[in-house]
Design a protein around this ligand. Structure first.
Ligand SMILES: *Cc1c(COP(=O)(O)O)cnc(C)c1O
Length: 229
């Protein structure tokens, strides 16, 4: 097994162990491999080891890799900061967006989603830490805006996402994830089950699974440390 295959296997075993430990149904947490800054060849190695869903943060880089990997039936997730003037390629080339934090962006994506494609699946990003540098709506904003998001037929609001500040202990890691889950539980209804919780990265995936994560977004633990730019 090559290194990426070994790491991927280790991550899948961590997910499985956490599902067992926290009484989650087996297979209820999906693995999104975060491939930002990685090459198309590294992605191919992960695909050869069974991975299908990939997350990207930088649009131009993502589109380049998309082109290089057209021969593969992959699922692409946009997880980076959305720029208002660059929504069209997201609407055209991605299956999911996790970082929706503006109704204006959602309206543009809704208009720009090509008719031949299924509605764009989306998680609304919530700023659970209150840090000004982090994107996303506050819980109060979401309460107010959710009906307007729900009116967009070409966007399927699948759930919520958050990107908390790093924390050392399991308990500290769980806190923002728990807040997100409780917010989701308050807002969900028959018309909008909000079944997706996009939470958990390499360092805190166990905490996220404990709090009900349905998609963990894992980069470093699969591909190794990123070069800082
Ligand atoms: C980079 C990134 C990740 C992956 O982080 P790792 O610590 O490398 O697992 C997850 N989510 C988002 C939004 C990211 O930007």
């Amino acid at each position: 097994m090559n290194e990426i295959a070994q790491r991927l296997d280790r991550v899948n075993r961590r997910i499985k162990a956490a599902e067992e430990l926290y009484n989650r149904p087996p297979g209820s947490t999906r693995l999104l491999a975060v491939s930002k800054t990685r090459t198309a060849d590294e992605i191919r190695e992960a695909v050869a080891a069974g991975q299908r869903a990939f997350g990207e943060s930088y649009l131009q880089e993502a589109l380049d890799k998309h082109r290089q990997l057209q021969d593969l039936p992959l699922e692409w997730h946009f997880i980076g900061r959305i720029q208002g003037n660059k929504t069209k390629p997201i609407a055209e080339w991605f299956d999911w967006v996790h970082s929706l934090g503006s109704l204006k962006h959602a309206r543009r994506l809704n208009q720009q989603r090509p008719p031949g494609l299924a509605p764009l699946k989306a998680c609304i990003q919530i700023n659970t830490s209150g840090e000004a540098s982090k994107g996303g709506h506050s819980p109060d904003e979401l309460l107010e805006l959710l009906p307007a998001y729900m009116e967009l037929p070409r966007i399927q609001i699948a759930g919520l996402m958050t990107l908390p500040a790093p924390a050392d202990s399991l308990e500290a890691q769980r806190k923002p994830f728990r807040q997100l889950r409780e917010l989701r539980d308050r807002l969900r209804c028959n018309d909008l089950p909000l079944e997706t919780l996009s939470i958990g990265m390499s360092a805190d995936l166990e905490a996220a699974i404990a709090e009900g994560s349905t998609i963990v977004r894992i980069g470093t633990a699969i591909f190794g440390p990123r070069q800082t730019v």
